[in-house]
Design a protein around this ligand. Structure first.
Ligand SMILES: Cc1ncc(COP(=O)(O)O)c(C=O)c1O
Length: 397
């Protein structure tokens, strides 16, 4: 059984803050500061360029990939870390399209994160007018998986509502129609158990700064199923994905397996912080995390609905149908969220009217949830959000 009191003690949580935004940016693992400091002084400072070999910087993308792989049902050697998630989306969709020649449609849904849609759109435009990005309602995805579709590109858990797609069923359906799948796990990795191998998923991508707590700007990851690992051609064919980067050949030859999905120089400082959070994840079992996440989200929904009738649940009521976040709709949700943040309860807001709260058992417990609801209730019942300073929109919401 995962010891959640022990994991909570390993995070730096500022005094007076109830942090319900780990679905956007996880908090700082206490060990990260010392680990990064050590990397800076002992590795970069002393080893200089020899750190790539001596300190193992060059193998960090695959070492970290294997550690993340455990949380998402991916075998060692199938996940690599690097770049940003938007870049990894592009890379996965481009490779998947090439593996399905003759088909020109990428199917997605309007619950997908806009950057995924933008990246796919940008890629398809550069491939030619005959390519099409088809975007349908999340509930209608299954009926649109036809033999015209080359690639199904979905984010498993909707960033606004927390609604969860059935990865196994949709992947099976896609394969039955000859469609290759790309799953975005930004709101799944570290939030819910994922079984990429068991679902027979083709490609998956995700970020490490949300539930995994890798820090702002932490690199993304990409998974390629073993059946495609040596045939997928990386559209972003950077030198570190080359079979022999230090041969400096003028022709590109993809590296073996997942190595080919590397692009350029990896962000070592950021990966060092990510390694600190993976030490905490090594103490956690995803089934325990899921059970506790469901307990916390159920508690939150029940308490909020009992005391805040103006808030309308936007997430699925059935816990099996949602990820690890709960969203409520409220017309003045932006102001209400600003009022909450001013009282130390940090969630976030997604236009036009969604107040989002993330539940992260590694460092949030039942007492935190009750306390957050007490403050939310005070703000809602006494209209404390209805003040001009809470209505001024900031750059990041
Ligand atoms: C589902 C999803 N996909 C893609 C992205 C974009 O990620 P990045 O900014 O790392 O490129 C995000 C960012 O929050 C996201 O939530």
């Amino acid at each position: 059984m995962t010891d959640f009191a022990a994991t909570k003690a390993m995070f730096h949580l500022p005094e007076g803050v109830l942090y319900l935004d780990g679905n956007s940016l996880g908090p700082l693992p206490k060990a990260a500061a010392a680990k990064v400091q050590k990397m800076l002084t002992e590795e970069w400072g002393q080893m200089l360029i020899t750190g790539w070999n001596k300190a193992g910087w060059m193998s960090m993308p695959t070492d970290l990939g294997d550690r993340i792989g455990r949380l998402i049902g991916a075998a060692p050697g199938t996940v690599v870390v690097g770049d940003t998630l938007s870049i990894k989306v592009y890379q996965a969709v481009a490779s998947a399209l090439e593996l399905n020649p003759g088909r020109k449609v990428v199917l997605s849904d309007n619950g997908n994160f806009p950057s995924d849609l933008y990246m796919a759109d940008g890629l398809l435009r550069s491939l030619g007018e005959e390519y099409e990005l088809r975007v349908v309602d999340p509930e209608a995805v299954a009926e649109h998986i036809t033999d015209e579709v080359a690639v199904l590109m979905l984010t498993e858990v909707d960033y606004r509502t927390g609604r969860k797609h059935d990865m196994k069923a949709l992947t099976e359906l896609a394969h039955a129609r000859g469609v290759i799948t790309v799953w975005d796990l930004a709101h799944s990795a570290g939030a819910i158990p994922v079984d990429l191998a068991g679902c027979n998923a083709d490609f998956a991508v995700g970020c490490t700064y949300k539930y995994l707590n890798g820090g702002p700007g932490a690199p993304a990851f990409i998974y390629v199923a073993p059946k495609w690992a040596d045939t997928a051609r990386p559209a972003l064919s950077g030198w570190l994905g080359h079979e022999a980067p230090f041969a400096f050949d003028l022709d590109y030859r993809p590296g073996a397996g997942i190595e080919r999905m590397r692009v350029g120089t990896p962000p070592v400082i950021q990966m060092t912080a990510l390694a600190a959070t993976m030490d905490i994840w090594d103490m956690a079992d995803m089934d325990d995390v899921r059970a506790q996440s469901i307990a916390l989200t159920e508690q939150f929904i029940q308490q909020v609905e009992a005391t805040c009738p103006d808030l309308q649940l936007a997430s699925p009521r059935d816990p099996a149908m949602r990820g690890s976040q709960v969203s409520f709709r409220f017309a003045d949700g932006y102001a209400a969220m600003q009022a909450l943040i001013a009282r130390g309860v940090i969630g976030d807001f997604r236009a036009p009217d969604i107040m989002r709260f993330g539940f992260t058992p590694l460092y949030i417990d039942e007492c935190d949830v009750s306390r957050a609801v007490e403050i939310l209730t005070d703000i809602m019942q006494n209209r404390l959000w209805d003040r001009p300073e809470f209505k001024v929109r900031q750059r990041v919401t």
